[in-house]
Structures are given as C-alpha cells and as structure tokens.
Design a protein around this ligand. Structure first.
Ligand SMILES: Cc1cc2nc3c(=O)[nH]c(=O)nc-3n(C[C@H](O)[C@H](O)[C@H](O)COP(=O)(O)O)c2cc1C
Length: 189
C-alpha cells in the first residue's frame, strides 16, 4: 500500500480485541522509533514512553485505584473493579507522556503537547503497518496528579494517553471516514 493510502486507511483496534502476542521489546522499539520523526519545535523532544507489560499492568491498576480512592473516598467495589480492569484489556500498554519544559523561550507547553501527539500518531501509523494493533485511550486518570506522580511525572507534565497494544483478534472492517470538504474554508470568506 502506498503511504497516502496507508494513512487514510489507518484505524484503531478496540483494547479488548488486542491479545498476545504483544510486540516484544525489539518490535516495540521499532514502533516507537516512528515517533522520533514527529515535527518538534525547538527539538525539545518532550515525549517519554512508559512501557507497562504483562504483570506490571497490575501496578498501573494499583495506581489507578489509589487515584480513585483519593478522588472519591466513597468509591464502591464495583467502581474500583471496573477501573482496575482497564489496564488488563491488552497485553501491553505504553503511557505516552509529555515532559513539559516550562518557560521555554520559544516553545510554549501547548506546542510540546502537540509534538508529543504528533509522535503518538506516527507510532499509531507504524502499528497499523505492522502485524499488531493499537488504540490510544485516556479517561480521567490521564489528568490525575497521583497517576502522574506514580508514572514519574510532575503535575506540569501531561499524559497524552495510554497506548494499548497487542495482536488483533478479529479482522478489521474498513471504516468510513468523514468527507473532508465541510472542514475546508477559504479565508477570508
Ligand atoms: C488524546 C486521545 C484520547 C482518547 N481517549 C479515548 C478514550 O478514553 N476512549 C475512547 O473510546 N476513545 C478515545 N480516543 C479515541 C480512540 O483513540 C480512537 O481514535 C477511536 O476509537 C476511533 O478509532 P479510529 O482511530 O480508528 O478512528 C482518544 C483519542 C485521542 C486522540
């Protein structure tokens, strides 16, 4: 497939449809390397990839639970169990983070977030071109300071999302994408 068709046909795979085998360390490195060609004002390289594999997903579940208990002391067992189950859906998670350089003379925090998002998209595109599948998910935990701290981040930093990875258990059906024309305007009108 040519590159333009590959971009137009990329799609995510539901986390629950991602099973073993997940990319091994070498395969994952190759996928993450696609992030290195993201546009990046000032070459700040704000992205960090926290790899959480196999049983270590339980540690992420522990962190999510601690954050929930702090946020909602009355959280019941069902809420806790639902949250804890999230990281267990796929065999491998990469928390894609932006470590923000504050007071950068040229590159405001929003541009560092955008650069990390661009890196994420490159990685999603690489995943789509591989035998593996992936999806970027967030939820409230991505903004939570306890989760950030547990992942080794400061409150100023951002969790762009949790990239769930594995091998798709179903063949994907092509998705219909929106027509681009409604999104195009000539300015000034
Ligand atoms: C920053 C970000 C966070 C997202 N978080 C969620 C999420 O928490 N839950 C969800 O169902 N989709 C979320 N999505 C959307 C999915 O990643 C995905 O794009 C969506 O399932 C549609 O699939 P597609 O990529 O094939 O169009 C998020 C997307 C982005 C860019």
């Amino acid at each position: 497939m040519d590159i333009i068709s590959a971009i137009k046909n990329r799609q995510s795979v539901k986390a629950a449809l991602l099973a073993d085998p997940a990319p091994n360390d070498s395969e994952l490195r190759d996928l993450l390397e696609a992030g290195m060609s993201a546009p990046d004002h000032g070459a700040v390289r704000p992205w960090r990839f926290k790899v959480i594999r196999g049983d270590d997903r339980m540690r992420l579940a522990d962190l999510f639970e601690a954050a929930l208990r702090a946020k909602e002391p009355d959280a019941d067992a069902e809420m806790i169990a639902t949250l804890r189950s999230k990281p267990m859906r796929s065999p491998l998670i990469v928390a894609v983070c932006a470590v923000i350089t504050e007071n950068h003379p040229k590159v405001p925090p929003v541009e560092q977030v955008v650069a990390t998002a661009c890196a994420t998209q490159n990685i999603l595109q690489a995943i789509d071109a591989s035998p593996f599948g992936g999806v970027l998910l967030t939820g409230w935990t991505a903004q939570d300071v306890i989760v950030k701290e547990g992942l080794g981040l400061a409150p100023k930093d951002e969790i762009i999302g949790y990239l769930y990875l594995g091998t798709p258990t179903e063949t994907l059906r092509a998705k219909k994408r929106p027509e681009v024309d409604p999104f195009i305007e000539t300015w000034p009108a």
